[in-house]
Design a protein around this ligand. Sequence first.
Ligand code: GLN
Length: 310
Amino acid sequence: MAELDLQGLLAEVAREMEPHRGEGAVADYIPPLARVDPRRFGMAIITCDGRAAEVGDAWMPFSIQSISKVFTLTMALEKHGEALWRRVGREPSGSRFNSIVQLEAEKGVPRNPFINAGAIVVTDAVLSERRPDEAIAEIRDFFRKLADNDTIDIDREVAEQEAATGFRNFSLANFMKGFGNIHAAVEDSLHTYFNQCAIRITCRQLARAGLFLANGGVDPIRGERITSAERVRRINAIMLTCGHYDASGEFAFQVGLPGKSGVGGGILAIVPGHAAIAVWSPGLNEAGNSQVGTLALEKLVRRTDWNVFD
Ligand code: GLN
């Protein structure tokens, strides 16, 4: 790794992305996402030995959206251990991120923790018996600690508008409540979920926050264990198989790394044993994943041996 020129690598990838900037469709279900400039592009890498590089808009906060699901999964596993798997599966869904179709046949137990239904169950498990505000602060503080940055916060406008327009998420949560798989009041679980999705974060902060996933559960910079090596192996496995919804197979094929996307246009990708990478470009492909972000990761992986299948 020491021989890799990270900054040069990112500069080359950014150059290659230049003709693609603006591709894809920015999420438009709420105004604060719809008004983001589609030409934005940022990328950041941090390695387990503490080297970091970034390019473009890596300093600029964006809406974390579904990437938050990786972190709440970590929290829920720490709180509930293996019992969590009675409430949510770990099988790819082959369906869109907000699909309801499998839930009835599967008795309110969502396929995996990264589709919306599964993430709402996981957030309900993080919430446990507490007030939503406590859980929201705990989630925010987890990001602040992992990213080593106390400025990370929740975009209230995004959180409010997620709630005002989140009819499908309300349907999913109510449906699962009918099967007894949402324990708190539906409004409380969703309020917590909408706030976790509304966290504003930069590529630089996101890569730093995800670094423990590249290093067997230990944050290598502060030397603190966040979760066990076994859990990290499993979280990475679910990122690889489910992190991009019904395009997870395609992402594994093109990029070959565990990754998690969000409709804000961000992707967190993990190179086990080596590095965490965050990329942001707001235009989404058909499956709701960053189009240019995915392409940038593909180019980056081609220039390195960073592929879990090599
Ligand atoms: N807030 C979005 C939702 O719940 C998150 C979806 C996503 O990023 N894929 O619908």
